[in-house]
Design a protein around this ligand. Sequence first.
Ligand code: AN0
Ligand code: CP
Length: 321
Amino acid sequence: MKSFINVADIGPLEKALAEAQEIKNDRYKYQHLGRNKTLLMIFFNNSLRTRLSTQKAAMNLGMNVIVLDVNQGAWKLETERGVIMNGDKSEHLLEAIPVMGCYCDIIAVRSFAGLKDRDYDYAETVVQQFIQYSGRPVMAMETATVHPLQAFADLITIEEYKPQPRPKVVLTWAPHCRALPQAVPNSFAQWMAAADVDLVVTHPKGYELDPKFTAGAKIEYDQRKAFEGAHFIYAKNWSCPGVTNPEDYGKILTDDPTWTVDTEHMSWTDDAYFMHCLPVRRGLIVTDDVIESPRSIVIPEAANREISATVTLKRMLEALV
Ligand code: AN0
Ligand code: CP
């Protein structure tokens, strides 16, 4: 695998899931693969799970790891071309990226959507520059539009907990006080569409995700109808993707509290498991009762981030010449 961005990059999902199980049984099995190989993790945004689980995965594989928080201690980076750099930014990404590539074998990048310019975000401008100029394979640790390590971990979790073949999986929008990216729901929809599940996406009007990610999913605007018969409820907030109204891109269109997942919502389902990628704001996305209930699997879901990252890095190491 050269870079890891989309579901197609991992190949057949049954094979990836079998490898996840193999790693789970012995997470140090491939420790020889990473000997004298270095992973450089670049963070433009905050992280708890991605930072820890990806670093742990690299250590499982015997790699060396360097972590750089671009906003803490590095030079402030300019990302646009053609600007006169007389402001607070001391270095251009176009020099910084090839320099970063000199010190590692694989680069992992976290760079969220700016949520101001849809074309800039959806062209994956920052990550494409890493792919083009670093000379290294790039692993997405949540980019402007995708979060494949999360979606892969979600798939592993669903595989482990599903009560029947082809379970009903519901991705539901829920309210939030700050505008959030669409990367998590985009990747979740993309990976579920490729998996053996029935995917229903539910959200208020105006929150339609980019159809390139939701192809194959059923869109249901009535949240109650969507929840009926569900085996998994996957809650997430996202800001307006700007599909129907480009000028609303990145905006909060509603904070309707009736979309918060509470025990009544869960009673509409077929005793569904509750999932969320975390971090989650209680009282907005989900109530305390639901997230603390025995049907909440947010912690095993987070634990599977180590597994998805180990399988992914293993594949990337195998592809190095
Ligand atoms: C981020 C998001 O919604 O994309 C990261 C989630 C993994 N969440 C926040 O910024 C709170
Ligand atoms: N789920 C997830 O990616 O969490 P972090 O933002 O803490 O890494």
